[in-house]
Design a binder for this molecule. Structure first.
Ligand code: SF4
Ligand code: ZN
Length: 311
């Protein structure tokens, strides 16, 4: 039965087989069962990787692997891809920021999945790298939690990826994350960051970053994980409530629900703007940081300034 019509029992069936549907792909008006949806999503990720030339033969990919939903889906999908290509290797990098009541659970979950999949894993901690864990760093500045955490985590990930000899860093950013970033940068009036292509030209100049899940929504990732029988139920970071992103996330989700396609339109609008403005310097001249060599607008980058302030 090749139909999405309800069967005799009134329940919606997959368009490709007789199994019950688990999701309706609104943009294609199609219902799919767990197995066909997992295969469809996997194929779309493969197309994203191919069309953006994200991975090349011989790559050693450092996968930012927190053990949460996005990075779990990313690791599973990349592992399938790598199984089919024996000249690509994966190394899972897990960053322990040092957040009481939260991070130890996600690290345990990350360790057991990496071990089960037979993927090499490296765990790096803020206390080992920067001399303090995040809880101690944030003692008197909790409202800056996510911006400080983001800067230090990026540095930790980059150092671990360099030490592991990686040629690419893969992160689990999904469509919702990308759309939230567009809106956050627009609300902050940060045009340079709004149009910057974080996956190639900026930031970690030593190792290119790739985002294979950038076209997949958060909801699709959740359904994919359920279809694969892996759905990490983990606690939420206690600092989430201080984040502008949390507010944007909830508003954008309700906009997407009422106006399907909002997130895709936001991200593709940003991508068009990025290509139109290609080559135009928006954030002033780009120098190299005196301490670490990363691109920055002054003489010392934001990360090195923050690290120096912690010592
Ligand atoms: Fe770090 Fe903020 Fe994410 Fe918590 S919610 S892990 S503080 S970025
Ligand atoms: Zn099916």
């Amino acid at each position: 039965m090749a139909t999405s019509d309800p069967g005799n029992d009134g329940r919606i069936r997959c368009a490709l087989c007789n199994e019950l549907s688990v999701i309706r792909l609104r943009d294609r008006n199609r219902q799919l069962c767990a197995e066909h949806f997992a295969a469809d999503l996997s194929e779309r990720v493969r197309e994203t990787i191919t069309s953006h030339a994200m991975i090349a033969p011989g790559d050693r990919i450092a996968v930012a692997f927190s053990g949460g939903k996005d990075s779990t889906a990313l690791l599973l999908l990349l592992r399938d891809l790598v199984t089919a290509s024996d000249d690509i290797t994966l190394v899972a990098i897990t960053v322990d920021e040092g957040i009481a009541g939260y991070r130890s659970d996600t690290i345990r979950s990350a360790e057991s999945l990496a071990e089960e999949l037979g993927i090499e894993q490296v765990i790096v901690s803020f206390s080992g790298l920067f001399g303090k864990d995040l809880d101690a760093i944030l003692e008197s500045q909790k409202e800056r939690a996510c911006s400080i955490c983001g800067i230090l985590r990026r540095k930790a990930l980059l150092s671990a990826a360099q030490a592991a000899g990686a040629t690419k860093i893969a992160t689990g950013h999904n469509l919702d994350d990308e759309a939230q970033s567009v809106l956050m940068n627009a609300l902050r009036g940060d045009l340079a960051r709004l149009v910057r292509d974080s996956s190639s030209r900026s930031g970690d100049c030593f190792i290119p970053r790739i985002k294979p899940l950038k076209d997949i929504s958060e909801k699709e990732i959740a359904v994919f994980l359920m279809a694969r029988g892996r759905f990490p139920e983990l606690p939420e970071c206690p600092y989430t409530r201080y984040a502008l992103r949390a507010e944007i996330r909830s508003r954008l989700s309700s906009l997407e629900y009422r106006h399907p396609g909002t997130m895709k339109r936001l991200v593709s609008g940003k991508e068009r703007l990025t290509s139109v403005l290609d080559g135009i310097p928006l954030g002033g001249a780009i120098n190299r940081c005196r301490e670490c060599g990363e691109p920055c607008s002054g003489t010392v980058c934001q990360t090195c300034q923050l690290i120096a302030s912690l010592l």
